[in-house]
Design a protein around this ligand. Structure first.
Ligand SMILES: [Zn+2]
Length: 186
């Protein structure tokens, strides 16, 4: 008991979460933004009528890297930036919020290249997660080791998806983390 208590005390005093830091950071943001940007006036429909799908990778600054600003584009992020994981949001983006262009943006050094679905499922089960639930979910690691192939597969997936507008402009890209550049694949 006596050995546990000091640990609890020290962790609670130094255990600031990111959530605790938000109010202070937000004050700076509010001051900088001021009234020059009236986002309510712009409305929820992206002014560039585009939805960009990219990975949740913490190193990607999707607005700056791809030349976008608030109000201009939907940015749908998920692990790997996979098309199949974005369908629900894309249908709302297109049917409710007027977008008609989709940009698939994969990136180099993506964590999704580092595991296979079967390996990951085994890891989850050995971590004690329930097997039936683990097996029921697709975690969608990259289907190919070739980044361009994955981009092409996602573009094809969207072009053939029954819930995606047939007339959508769909392009596929690779974002190089090393230097920040982008390269169009398809
Ligand atoms: Zn990634």
């Amino acid at each position: 008991m006596s050995s546990i208590l000091p640990n609890v005390l020290s962790s609670s005093s130094s255990n600031m979460s990111v959530a605790d830091e938000i109010p202070k950071s937000n004050e700076v943001y509010v001051t900088k933004r001021g009234a020059k940007l009236n986002l309510e006036e712009i409305g929820p429909k992206p002014t560039k009528k585009v939805a960009l799908i990219c990975c949740m990778d913490a190193r990607i600054d999707a607005f700056s890297a791809f030349g976008l600003k608030e109000g201009e584009s939907h940015i749908i992020r998920n692990g790997g930036g996979r098309a199949s994981d974005s369908i629900r949001s894309l249908v709302i983006s297109q049917q409710q919020l007027g977008t008609d262009e989709i940009i698939i943006m994969h990136h180099t050094d993506c964590g999704f290249f580092t595991f296979s679905e079967s390996e990951f499922r085994s890891t989850l089960k050995s971590n004690g997660l329930p097997g039936p639930d683990v097996d029921a979910m697709s975690f969608m690691p990259m289907s190919s080791d070739d980044i361009d192939d994955n981009v092409k597969a996602d573009v094809e997936y969207l072009k053939n998806h029954p819930l995606i507008k047939k007339e959508s402009k769909v392009s596929g890209w690779v974002h190089e983390l090393k230097d920040g550049s982008v390269r169009r694949v398809v």
